[in-house]
Ligand binder design. Structure first.
Ligand SMILES: NC(=O)c1ccc[n+]([C@@H]2O[C@H](COP(=O)([O-])OP(=O)(O)OC[C@H]3O[C@@H](n4cnc5c(N)ncnc54)[C@H](OP(=O)(O)O)[C@@H]3O)[C@@H](O)[C@H]2O)c1
Length: 247
């Protein structure tokens, strides 16, 4: 068995596919998420050994010891994928402090706290790889996404700072910036096929490539950046977005 990997938000969409990708490639995968039942469904689709840990990332401070205990007697942890995230669309004047706070906590503070928890292990092992799942909106913001776009931009900057600090310890830190990917984060995800196709075809006209993304598009890029395949890549902010906004 290769090294261990933590994937947050492994219960759904992109995170579930990332977990399957690392598992398929022989890694031990820790599936982090909130919903035990959804995590169990994903676990059944993984090809190698996994372990589930269900908790709310907003309460991460209460689970730090448990997480460190989980890692014992498992293959060494070499990869952390900060994937869990929430997306709330609203015009700026309607975006309350609560909305800002929640997106800040889940999309930025949780990756900060979890990476801070794991960082000393990576330093001790002289090896580590962090992949932050950011967003194309962190580079190319759009109306109605003030909080989300600003916070994902912060995640991109954090990625570069950590890459700068981690390099001397053989810790690599990279980000993947997905475009529009078909997951439950979007309301169109569960529409009837004809209604969904109408919306996704329209959205795809914003891109150079005429289809929206699938979780596997992001999982493959994440596997590349997380694994030794990209051993000489750090501080990269990789857009995987069909060329959105540049047509
Ligand atoms: N889909 C896209 O178009 C798109 C585009 C750009 C970036 N992204 C980013 O990709 C990442 C994954 O999104 P997705 O599209 O796969 O969305 P998704 O299907 O809604 O999955 C989100 C995941 O995050 C977890 N999560 C949310 N809040 C959490 C919390 N407080 N504590 C612990 N886990 C929590 C969810 O757990 P539960 O199942 O328990 O809710 C779920 O596993 C996010 O960071 C998102 O910002 C997505």
């Amino acid at each position: 068995m290769k090294s261990s990997v933590i994937v947050t938000g492994a219960s759904s969409g992109i995170g579930a596919e990332i977990a399957r990708e690392f598992s398929k490639n022989g890694h031990f995968v820790f599936l982090f998420g909130r919903d035990q039942k959804k995590l169990q469904l994903v676990q059944k689709t993984c090809l190698n050994e996994t372990e589930i840990f269900a908790f709310d990332l907003k309460d991460l401070k209460d689970f730090k010891t448990t997480i460190l205990n989980l890692l014992e007697n498992r293959p060494p942890l070499e990869i952390l994928v900060n994937n869990a995230g929430i997306y709330k669309q609203s015009r700026f004047e309607m975006t309350s402090t609560e909305i800002w706070n929640e997106q800040f906590q889940v999309n930025l503070l949780a990756p900060v706290e979890l990476t801070q928890l794991i960082w000393p292990l990576f330093i001790k092992n002289k090896k580590g790889s962090v992949v932050n799942i950011s967003s194309t909106l962190g580079i190319k913001p759009a109306p109605g996404t003030s909080a989300y776009s600003a916070i994902k931009a912060a995640l991109n900057n954090l990625t570069i700072t950590l890459a700068q600090e981690g390099g001397a310890h053989n810790i690599r830190v990279n980000a993947v910036c997905p475009g529009i990917v078909d997951t439950p984060i979007h309301t169109f995800h569960n529409l009837k096929p004809d209604e969904k196709s109408k919306i996704t075809t329209e959205l795809a006209t914003l891109q150079m490539l005429p289809r929206i993304g699938q979780p596997s598009d992001i999982a493959q890029a994440t596997y590349f950046l997380g694994s030794d395949q990209s051993a000489w890549t750090t501080g990269a902010i990789l857009s995987v977005d069909g060329g959105i906004g540049q047509k």
